[in-house]
Design a protein around this ligand. Structure first.
Ligand code: RIB
Ligand code: CA
Length: 334
């Protein structure tokens, strides 16, 4: 008997690696994206929602898209990293097709709560941006952790250096208060941080190959976006520059769902530094001891933290899924 696909709400700030992750999920038979909840982060939330609608339209999919939080819960908003993802979030596309698609009128947080109540125990939240939508959903429904199947988030770092400070990763840093609420909520939670996403460097040539194999406006748009995104990483990270590539970051939040055996995880309490020099740091308790410092008491729940990944196998899985013929209609006029 075949296993039904996992129902996933994709919480995202598209964003080029977010776009890779969405297309990986749409291509994978084991994932059913039942909603896309957008947040500020790589772009402002209006642009994030526009991009989510556009990416779905190009792929010929009708999936509910909602507009979520537009700024952090407490801290001052940081400017979007247009130097990484482009001002439009998709590598400054030279033009966009006129596509249909209307937003679901609910907020992202309300959509998450409604779906969790409609499908108790069935919804997986895959969050790959700042975590304000999940934190707001927890405020709306304190019983939410008992209603969702699990949460997988791309964010944080434990042993690997950060990407916005020596200790902080961008998604957590962009809303540390929201992140700490997510890490202490008590739902089944897996953290896919830089400890593993910095091990998987995807060559730009892979996205050219995908666009050549399945000639389609969706794959061509992804190729364009990744070319811009790779330009940043290749210029700023010697390990990436050697192969003219980029970090897949958000895609790994889906790979850990589809191919968990590729990852080595450790269970431990994770808290977030909400201010000061370490703002956005995900601090993991890796030893079973008691501490006098408040905030580490026994009823703080554990997080499953990805510490290692079989990088080559992970890249091969991403390539195999994206090289399938998962799109229906042929190439549209680009
Ligand atoms: O640090 C990488 C994360 O920040 C990814 O989710 C990327 O899309 C940006 O949001
Ligand atoms: Ca993201």
């Amino acid at each position: 008997m075949s296993i039904p696909p996992k129902k996933v709400i994709f919480d995202t700030d598209p964003g080029v690696d977010d776009a890779m992750a969405l297309y990986y999920a749409l291509a994978h038979p084991g994932i059913e994206v039942v909603g896309i909840t957008t947040t500020f982060g790589n772009v402002d939330v209006a642009q994030a929602a526009t991009n989510a609608l556009y990416l779905c339209a190009l792929a010929g999919r009708q999936i509910p898209v909602t507009v979520g939080v537009s700024q952090p819960l407490v801290k001052r908003a940081e400017p979007p990293p247009d130097f990484i993802h482009g001002a439009d979030g998709l590598g400054n596309l030279p033009h966009r097709l006129a596509t249909a698609g209307t937003l679901d009128p609910r907020s992202s947080a309300q959509f998450i709560v409604d779906m969790a109540r409609q499908f108790p125990g069935d919804i997986t939240l895959v969050a790959v941006g700042p975590l304000g939508n999940l934190a707001t959903a927890l405020q709306l429904a304190p019983d939410l952790p008992t209603l969702v199947r699990e949460v997988v988030l791309m964010g944080g770092t434990v042993l690997e250096s950060g990407n916005v400070s020596p200790v902080a990763e961008a998604n957590i840093w962009n809303d540390p208060h929201a992140a700490d609420a997510v890490f202490t909520a008590g739902w089944p939670l897996t953290m896919v941080g830089l400890d593993v996403t910095h091990q998987v460097i995807l060559p730009l040539s892979l996205f050219r190959q995908i666009a050549q194999h399945q000639q389609h406006i969706a794959t061509d748009t992804l190729r364009h976006a990744v070319a811009f995104y790779s330009g940043f990483y290749s210029a700023h990270d010697p390990a990436v520059g050697q192969i003219t590539g980029c970090y897949g970051h958000d895609v790994l939040a889906f790979v850990v769902l589809t191919d968990p055996a590729l990852f080595t995880l450790q269970s431990g309490r994770v808290r977030v530094a909400v201010d000061g020099l370490a703002q956005g740091q995900t601090m993991m308790q890796r030893k079973a001891v008691s501490y006098p410092q408040h905030g580490w008491h026994d009823d703080i729940p554990h997080t499953q933290v990805c510490l290692r990944v079989q990088a080559q196998a992970c890249q091969a899985v991403i390539e195999a899924v994206l090289m399938q013929d998962w799109l229906q209609n042929p190439l549209l006029n680009c």
